[in-house]
Design a protein around this ligand. Structure first.
Ligand code: ADP
Ligand code: F6P
Length: 482
């Protein structure tokens, strides 16, 4: 068994075992922000990534991606239902996102969640060399830090929560709240997207564990667990370079032409998830059309919504509702050859996403709650021309870093409509000032600086963070779908 000095443990591997139309296996980049963010820094680093490769049944052997080894963890059909679709995505996900959807508390899921967490902890323990750093990711694996500490007390263990961590009054609803809190606090450093989350955990540790706790340290079982905010980011250089490529710029021009050369293009790009506020956005847009503030002849909305967690009922119901609403809006306001909304359900290559970002006048990112929202950051990174407006929900982690966006409360429909109109009609000089400020912030806060900040805080010697920085300067020869 080959071992590594850095091990990342995440629910998904950075590639997804996706069935091709002919039934063959087709690897593609995993959906969502976490895999994309971590892939950007790890593909050139000697490390092992422990995770699920999609699908059910025994895991196949996977070849390395550059310096990155992949250690697949298999999931059975029952595991998938109890652990991933059940406890992770029907209990924790809605609860942690302000319960914008009612969380389901099903007692049968807990045992599976615990068993699968143990499987991940054992896999990590096998591939970690003595004294290694193991970095566990997200709500799927909240029990892993303590399990790993029990198996391997020699390891330095980090945990990062990519989604929001809820206020105590919501967290207290969780039937297994003590075990989950203890599990996470098995880490040496627990990182969150925002400071408020660290504050929430400190309050819960006092209340549920009787621990001494501040917003940056919690005393538990005779150990000090450090906590803090480390807002995740994107590969800014990659997106900037893609969006400046001549072929991508000509693709962006072509897109506007295909859309009928409208005066304004509004764009949204989301996983099809009820936290993303897609329905609120559609209602606001449809009311703007109805009130005559927006005309289909000169304004076009493009909604990219890639299907997600489709076997979970709340997700398939959401998809039905959204598709019904898009159909209604197009039926009512569209004209022959001119739909009011272009609705696209497909995954796009990075270069196609970059072209979409460059083709847009207004990027509409209005989640009801979001840990960070990397799409907002990708849009900013893509706008090297300092044009375009970003309408951004106050409830996305990204809002704390991008105050120059048109910030909005997506629950307030009138406010949302008014903000969309303001962004559509903004003066180009105003837009350029806002975009330049946001781009400047991102330039100093990219994915590498996130990983370095976290790993330096975890490993005081700083050697790991240094190594990441060094590896990053080498040219990439990694065969990724771009
Ligand atoms: P989440 O992690 O909840 O999915 P984020 O906005 O943080 O939300 O991250 C979403 C990531 O998925 C972004 O990197 C975005 O570019 C990518 N993405 C979203 N939609 C698509 C799509 N249709 N095709 C390819 N990538 C997509
Ligand atoms: O951080 C949110 C998250 O659960 C990530 O782990 C993942 O990147 C994304 O959402 C996509 O979700 P899933 O892995 O369930 O498709």
């Amino acid at each position: 068994m080959r071992q590594s000095s850095l091990v990342v443990v995440a629910n998904r591997l950075p590639l997804d075992d996706n069935a091709a139309p002919d039934g063959a296996c087709e690897w593609r980049r995993s959906p969502g922000g976490l895999a994309g963010a971590l892939r950007a820094i790890l593909e050139q680093t000697p490390a092992t990534w422990v995770g699920w490769a999609g699908g059910v049944g025994p895991a196949r052997q996977l070849s390395d991606i550059g310096g990155l080894r992949l250690r697949p963890v298999s999931l059975s059909e029952d595991d998938l239902r109890g652990y991933y679709e059940g406890f992770a995505n029907s209990t924790l996900w809605p609860l942690y996102h302000d319960a914008v959807q009612q969380p389901v508390f099903d007692r049968n899921w807990w045992e599976t969640y615990r068993t699968v967490n143990r499987r991940f902890a054992e896999a990590a323990s096998e591939v970690a060399e003595p004294g290694a750093v193991v970095w566990v990711q997200d709500y799927h694996l909240q029990l892993v830090p303590q399990m790993l500490r029990d198996l391997r007390p020699d390891l330095l263990i980090g945990f990062f929560m990519h989604v929001p961590f809820p206020p105590p009054e919501l967290y207290m609803q969780l039937p297994r709240r003590v075990e989950l809190l203890r599990g996470m606090l098995g880490a040496d450093l627990v990182g969150f997207q925002r400071e408020q989350a660290a504050h929430n955990v400190a309050q819960l540790a006092q209340k549920l564990l009787g621990a001494r706790a501040t917003d940056d340290a919690i005393e538990v079982d005779g150990r000090t667990v450090r906590t803090g905010a480390f807002p995740v980011s994107i590969d800014v250089a990659e997106m900037r370079a893609l969006a400046g490529r001549p072929d991508v710029l000509s693709q962006a021009r072509q897109l506007r032409q295909d859309l009928g050369q409208p005066k304004r293009v509004l764009l949204s790009v989301d996983r099809l998830d009820y936290t993303k506020g897609i329905e609120h956005r559609l209602t606001a847009y449809s009311e703007l059309l109805r009130d005559g503030h927006v005309k289909v002849r000169d304004t076009v909305m493009v909604q990219v919504a890639v299907p997600s967690r489709e076997r979970v009922e709340s997700y398939s119901d959401l998809r039905d509702r959204i598709e019904g609403e898009v159909g209604r809006i197009n039926g009512e306001f569209g004209r022959v050859g001119e739909p009011a909304i272009h609705y696209l359900n497909q995954p796009f290559a990075r270069s196609q996403l970059a072209a979409l970002y460059r083709a847009a006048d207004v990027m509409v990112v209005t989640p009801l709650r979001d840990g960070m929202n990397l799409v907002a950051k990708e849009f900013v990174a893509a706008r090297g021309d300092d044009a375009g407006a970003l309408v951004l929900s106050e409830f996305a982690g990204a809002a704390a870093e991008l105050p120059q966006a048109f910030l909005v409360n997506p629950h307030d429909l009138d406010g949302l409509k008014e903000t969309l109109l303001r962004a559509m009609c903004a003066d180009p000089a105003d837009l350029s000032g806002r975009m330049a400020a946001m781009r400047e912030h991102l330039a100093g806060h990219d994915i590498l600086s996130w990983a370095r900040a976290y790993l330096t805080a975890l490993d005081h010697t700083g050697s790991l963070a240094e190594r990441l920085a060094g590896e990053r300067t080498k040219a990439s020869s990694v065969p990724w779908h771009r």
